[in-house]
Design a protein around this ligand. Structure first.
Ligand code: SF4
Ligand code: SF4
Length: 479
């Protein structure tokens, strides 16, 4: 019997299924091919001729094929149900050497991606050019145009969502909600965030992402974003209307009926990546009260910043850029760099293996902040609790990627209405007693009444009220 030992604790090591091993080799060969393509221009070698379908197939093609085979044979012969054996002994999933290495690799990729132009200007060898050329045949096929770094990024992103989405489908095959939700994020990433923007480029229309809205994609409601689309005829006008309707009408209406999950766990690309590629790391989210307080300060500060910048930009534009000069432009650049690139990309995804899968969604996303305020103030969504059945195992809290102490609510028999809950449903999927259920029932019944506040009171409460359990405690003691 193969054992892993940490301190006095011993755990049985997961055995790799025999049929999965050849697929591990295939995946490794694919990565090796990609590594050779990446390094050969830097080392001034000419080992592989890339930029054609053969090199694309031998690199990304083998990675996709090998990973899918590996995933399939790792889950195929297992019993449907909760699968968290040995996670806390696993180097990848519990901040071990592999986890840290993976985090550094992703973070490095984001830095190279975002600083691509700056690196070029500094005379640093173009690190991504060979990879960009590798995906060029796919770009020519889909959009008729040469690939750039963003197409490379989109390809990697979509591959990650699809491959790890298949893993989710197999891992959570005992849970219908997880299956439908995973299919949804795979569909929106592939169709709306990858194929449709490429198709729009092919037919010479503005590249537009129909699943991203202000304030997550603030440019769409910035003055030049709107003016740029206005000049593109009826298609551009449709895109502006789409953005306005989704931001100001669809978002509150859908959140009223379904909570923030309709977007964060079903549609959004950031959420899609967190729910698929990030699933092995969800247990690394910080569950402490300090993290909760930090979360509320940060996310609302980012929201206030983007509202402020948007108002400034429109004000400055209205007065012909005469009153605020270059300040608004600087503020917008500052936001784009520190929040849009560093926070959401480098930290938000690069730190998955260290801080959990929803760092950006939890601490920084202004869209999540708005949805959270709506969810807590007037949505029908909540997680209902059959408290009598809870055995306090803590699975729900451990695997909540948003750091919510679900068990604390379950133990008190109190329904969960939290701004940060993205409705991923994993707490319910891993509960061995079926205690938790995601519901959109009538608003007054079974809803934590302390949540019935107006949106401004919720922001104030988030920023000032450090007694975060006070309402829950009050309600509990009144029972
Ligand atoms: S409370 Fe449950 S549904 Fe909400 S984010 Fe946490 S795990 Fe997901
Ligand atoms: S997973 Fe279920 S049984 Fe375990 S603490 Fe959470 S609600 Fe209770």
């Amino acid at each position: 019997m193969s054992l892993i030992q940490i301190g006095n604790v011993k755990a049985k090591k997961n055995k790799i299924p025999t049929l999965a091993k050849p697929f591990a080799v295939i995946t490794f060969i694919g990565f090796l091919f990609l590594a050779v393509i990446f390094f050969q221009p830097l080392l001034k070698l000419k080992l592989i001729n890339f930029g054609n379908w053969a090199s694309l197939t031998l690199s990304l093609g083998l990675i996709v094929f090998g990973s899918l085979g590996w995933i399939y044979y790792n889950f195929a012969n297992t019993i449907p149900g909760i699968k968290h054996n040995n996670i806390f002994f696993n180097s990848t999933m519990r901040r071990g050497l592999i986890g840290w290495s993976f985090g550094i690799l992703i973070t490095g990729f984001y830095i190279v991606l975002y600083f691509y132009e700056k690196f070029k200007a500094w005379g640093i060898p173009p690190l991504l050019d060979s990879l960009i050329q590798t995906v060029n045949p796919l770009s020519l096929l889909l959009s008729g145009q040469n690939a750039d770094r963003w197409f490379l990024y989109g390809t990697f992103y979509t591959m990650a969502v699809l491959i790890m989405g298949v893993r989710m489908l197999l891992k959570y095959r005992h849970n219908r909600y997880q299956q439908i939700r995973t299919l949804s994020v795979m569909f929106f990433q592939l169709g709306f965030a990858f194929l449709i923007p490429a198709f729009l480029k092919a037919i010479k229309q503005p590249e537009f992402y129909f699943t991203y809205f202000w304030p997550l994609k603030p440019d769409y409601l910035f003055p030049w974003g709107v003016k740029n689309l206005t000049g593109k005829g009826s298609v551009g006008m449709f895109m502006i209307c789409w953005g306005i309707v989704m931001t100001f009408i669809a978002t509150p209406v859908l959140t009223y009926f379904f909570g923030k999950r309709w977007y964060c766990s079903w549609v959004c690309g950031c959420g899609g990546l967190a729910e698929t590629l990030g699933d092995p790391f969800r247990q690394n989210s910080d569950k402490s009260e300090k993290a909760w307080i930090l979360e509320r300060w940060l996310i609302h500060s980012v929201l206030l910043a983007i509202i402020f910048i948007t108002i400034l930009l429109w004000t400055n534009d209205y007065f012909g850029r005469s009153i605020l000069g270059g300040f608004t432009y600087t503020a917008k650049e500052w936001y784009g760099f520190y929040i849009g690139a560093i926070f959401s990309g480098v930290i938000g995804v690069g730190f998955y293996p260290i801080l959990g899968s929803r760092v950006w969604c939890r601490f920084g996303c202004p869209m999540a902040a708005i949805l959270g305020i709506l969810q807590r103030s007037f949505s029908k969504f909540r997680i209902t609790v059959n408290g009598d059945q809870c055995i306090s195992c803590g699975n729900c809290s451990t695997y909540c990627e948003m750091g919510i102490d679900v068990r604390a609510y379950a133990q008190r028999g109190e329904n969960i209405v939290r701004s940060s809950c993205v409705g991923c449903g994993v707490c319910a999927a891993v509960c061995p007693r079926g205690v938790l259920a995601l519901e959109n029932g009538p608003r007054k019944i079974g809803r934590f009444t302390g949540s019935n506040k107006n949106p401004l009171a919720i922001i104030k409460d988030s920023l000032l009220n450090r007694e975060i359990y006070s309402e829950s405690k009050k309600q509990y003691s009144e029972k």
